[in-house]
Ligand binder design. Structure first.
Ligand code: DX5
Ligand code: ZN
Length: 222
């Protein structure tokens, strides 16, 4: 299935000291997951674009931006142009999927779509060949520290099967929500190759070591 990527989320890190918090995982993580929330698509609000832009430019790790915002048409290409490695928007937040994918790619980032738990895989099957990554949410978006939804595993497995059957091997398959040493093996066995982990990493005594531990568990699962 190729390599494993571990992407810590700083949603529950110390928000007053984000660069030092990122430095705690910068030697072990692949890149950093930035949760952008607008208070409309989800109840929480996190970073303004200006704040995020500064973080993106200062971060020692490349940024994987997860946009939990309505109408991502404007923001998605801005995050790409700001230097993100990857920009993810929600399927449920727009009807202009193809043009947003194109606008993200045109500014240089990888383009990804996220599916909320209730959104079926069939919604994006036609779009999948245009994507660089698909994010299967394993919690309802909006908050860190929620319980992993094991009932998302059939959807994850179907996504992996669809990618294999259609020879779309270059597409990364990401899971986000409740990933921990207890759940990462199941997520890997069902086909994920890119793992977001927020509270498991930042509640650990050593966030950097926790990233290593998660990677070792995922690799051991195949
Ligand atoms: C939830 C966010 C997640 C969150 C993950 O809406 O998209 O990235 O930070 O946090 P944990 O790993 O604690 O579930
Ligand atoms: Zn996220």
């Amino acid at each position: 299935m190729g390599s494993i990527r571990i992407t810590p989320s700083i949603l529950n890190a110390d928000q007053e000291n984000l660069i030092p918090e990122i430095e705690r995982v910068s030697s072990t993580a692949d890149f950093l997951h930035l949760d952008v929330m607008d208070g409309i698509f989800v109840p929480n609000t996190t970073y303004s674009f200006d704040t995020a832009k500064e973080l993106i430019s200062q971060s020692p790790l490349k940024i994987d931006a997860h946009l939990m915002v309505v109408n991502p048409e404007q923001l998605a290409p801005l995050y790409s142009a700001a230097g993100c490695l990857s920009v993810t928007f929600h399927y449920e937040a727009t009807e202009n999927h193809r043009s947003i994918i194109r606008s993200i790619k045109a500014e240089g980032a990888r383009a990804a779509i996220a599916l909320k738990p209730e959104t079926p895989l069939s919604a994006i099957e036609e779009l999948l060949p245009e994507l660089d990554m698909l994010l299967i949410m394993t919690v309802e978006p909006g908050f860190g520290g929620q319980k992993f939804m094991v009932d998302m595993m059939p959807k994850l497995k179907s996504a992996r099967d669809f990618i294999s059957t259609n020879s779309l091997k270059e597409i990364w398959l990401q899971v986000d929500g409740g990933i921990s040493p207890e759940t990462i093996t199941t997520a890997r066995e069902n086909g994920a190759d890119t793992f977001v982990a927020g509270s498991a990493v930042y509640n650990a005594d050593s966030p950097g070591d926790m990233v290593d531990k998660l990677r070792a568990l995922a690799l051991a699962a195949g």
